[in-house]
Structure formats: structure tokens, C-alpha cells
Design a protein around this ligand. Sequence first.
Ligand code: HEC
Ligand code: HEC
Length: 113
Amino acid sequence: MRPGLISFVAALAMALPGTGLAAAVGDIVLDSRSVSMGKAGVGPVVYPHALHEKLYKCAACHPKIFKEKAGATEMSMKLNMDGKLCGSPNCHNSEKAFPLYNCVKCHTKAGAK
Ligand code: HEC
Ligand code: HEC
């Protein structure tokens, strides 16, 4: 991910408290599969939670798709490709968001080598 995007997301998170929204959770690093990621040549996913809060209601994701605790949801690329998690039908498996083959949009270091 580009450093500029991370600071943009951080700025969003700081902007939120005055708006009455509940969470303003910052970036969440998703790396439970870091060994396989290393083998595949991609880095951890830095998930921009605050950005997703801006786009969707909490209930679109919690608790049905993701648990409300960092690291608590079992995640994998296979589940994404099976139409679960990030790859749910209205999300990164639809016209509404960039597609799953765009590795570098989610994984740090993707395409680095
Ligand atoms: C597009 C999906 C999405 C939306 C919308 C969303 N979240 Fe989340 N949320 C996630 C994901 C993914 C995680 C990480 C779960 C994990 O690691 O298992 C998460 C984690 C969290 C956490 C745990 C943070 C931590 O550090 O442990 C809280 C609290 C949370 N969300 C609250 C909210 C609230 C409140 C809203 C609405 C204002 C919201 N979320 C909207 C996807 C979403
Ligand atoms: C929409 C976001 C997103 C995109 C795009 C994406 N991934 Fe992932 N990927 C994830 C998440 C989330 C995980 C699980 C994170 C964790 O370890 O908790 C993951 C896990 C992985 C893993 C770990 C092993 C496994 O089976 O889970 C590999 C390898 C991987 N992705 C490769 C890729 C490649 C290669 C691409 C492009 C073809 C890609 N990913 C595109 C979000 C994404």
C-alpha cells in the first residue's frame, strides 16, 4: 500500500470523532497467514477500517461477516475467493469495489519482487 493512503486513512480516523459515529477504528493489520503470505511473496493486509466505516453501516459487516475484535475472525484468501469476508458478493467480488486480483490494493509488498 502507498504511504499516502495510510496517512489519508489516519486523517479520516481523526476527523470522525466529531461526527457522532461510534467507532473510528484505525487501520487493522491482518497477518494471521503471514507464513503463506511470505511464500507467495505478498505482505500483510493493512485494512483501512475507518474508510469502510464511512462507506457502509456497521451492520453490513458486524457481526455476520466479521467479529468486532481485531484478529478474531478466521480469514484466508480461499474464503475471500469463495465469496466470504472481503470477497462477499457486494464487496471485492462485485462492481462496487476493486477486485480480488488487484493484490497490491490490499497486501503490502505485493509486486515488490
Ligand atoms: C466493510 C466491513 C466493515 C464495516 C462497515 C465496519 N467494520 Fe468493524 N471491522 C471490520 C473488520 C474486517 C474488522 C477486523 C476483524 C478481525 O480482525 O477479525 C473489524 C473490527 C472492528 C472492531 C475491533 C477493533 C479492534 O482493534 O479490536 C471494532 C470495535 C469494530 N470493527 C467496530 C465497528 C463499528 C462500530 C462499525 C460502524 C461504525 C464498523 N466496525 C464497521 C469490518 C467492518
Ligand atoms: C480485498 C483485499 C484482498 C485482495 C485484493 C487480495 N487479498 Fe490476499 N488476503 C486478504 C486477506 C484479508 C487475507 C487473510 C489475512 C490474514 O492472514 O488474516 C489474505 C490472505 C492471503 C494469503 C495468505 C494465505 C491464504 O491462503 O490465506 C495469500 C498468499 C494471499 N492473500 C495472496 C493474495 C494474492 C496473490 C492476491 C492477488 C491475486 C490477493 N491475495 C488479493 C485480502 C486480500
